[in-house]
Write a protein that binds this ligand. Structure first.
Ligand code: ZN
Ligand code: ZN
Length: 302
């Protein structure tokens, strides 16, 4: 029997979409035509999409979709899938493609951090240049893997960046800054936000194509651990020699498996190993969650 070969696509673009509702409908139809599943957000400011299907179907989808002049220059990232990365096809209309709630003037099509190619970043590492990587993902994504020389601002969601600016300024001082995220879509806005907050525009860069592009080109290099994904694969790597840096939140053993917090209101992903899972169940992401749930139960009993 021939084994079916699946592929996951990841792409985005900030471009004004005059009638996003219309695009939602036509995009949904096009994905369905090629039996693709995945998650897509369309807004007036652009598109952010990740899709999975048979390799041939995903490539034929791209041929057709990229005929649209608004999207023809998009950078497409490809990775291996098993056909079960997404439960279904979801295409949603939202106010933003990344939920930042930044002021309107933070517009990456007008002003954003300078693009740094993966090859240039490789050189920075080789030369041991003095720079700071500001990881613009959420903390739970940072925990299973990140670049060397990184700081984690400590966000649970992208809209929290404004609260973290003082901490970032403190860590960066007057050094060169490189913002990074999975595929680049968050950094477009987040590096723009740093400029809006008075960071020196000659010293703020964003990694072109994000971690995904870097790991495709330089597997196992400069990135410690594994890359968190927002699909059912949860983490991925591109081979190469790499170090596991994720740690079980409960026992501290090296581990790259995620679980959702048992507090339904939190539902945050955290790292927990198989042994702890089987002995105590998934449990809670933090002491705070454990206590708050207990309080809810007690109140109900009372
Ligand atoms: Zn454990
Ligand atoms: Zn929790």
């Amino acid at each position: 029997m021939v084994r079916m070969q699946y592929q996951v696509l990841l792409f985005y673009k900030y471009v004004t979409i005059e009638n996003p509702k219309e695009l939602v409908a036509s995009y949904k139809a096009l994905c369905a035509k090629y039996n693709l599943k995945g998650r897509t957000i369309i807004a007036e400011e652009g598109i952010n999409s990740t899709l999975e299907g048979l390799v041939e179907d995903t490539e034929n989808f791209l041929k057709e979709f990229l005929l649209d002049a608004r999207f023809s220059d998009m950078q497409i990232k490809r990775s291996h899938g098993e056909g079960d990365s997404f439960p279904k096809l979801s295409v949603k209309l939202r106010p933003e493609i990344v939920g930042t709630r930044f002021p309107k003037e933070v517009d990456p099509t007008k002003k954003t951090g300078k693009y740094l190619k993966p090859e240039e970043l490789r050189k920075w590492y080789e030369e041991d240049k003095d720079f700071v990587v500001v990881d613009m993902r959420n903390s739970y994504e940072f925990e299973s893997g990140h670049f060397k020389k990184s700081i984690d601002p400590g966000m649970d969601a992208s809209r929290e960046l404004p609260e973290k600016i003082a901490k970032i300024k403190e860590a960066v001082k007057d050094k060169t800054v490189l913002t990074v995220c999975t595929g680049g879509v968050r950094c477009e806005k987040m590096s723009a936000y740093l400029l809006h907050e008075g960071f020196d525009e000659n010293k703020v860069y964003q990694l072109d194509g994000g971690m995904h592009s870097y790991m495709e080109k330089f597997p196992g290099k400069d990135f410690l651990g594994t890359l968190f994904t927002f699909d059912d694969r949860l983490v991925m790597d591109f081979g190469g020699e790499r170090e596991v840096i994720g740690m079980c939140k409960r026992c501290g053993v090296k581990n790259e498996q995620y679980q959702n917090c048992a507090n339904a209101e939190c539902n945050m992903l955290f790292l927990i190993c198989n042994d702890c899972m089987s002995s105590e169940g998934p449990g809670f992401c933090s002491e705070k969650c454990e206590k708050s749930t207990v309080r809810v139960v007690q109140r109900m009993r009372g």
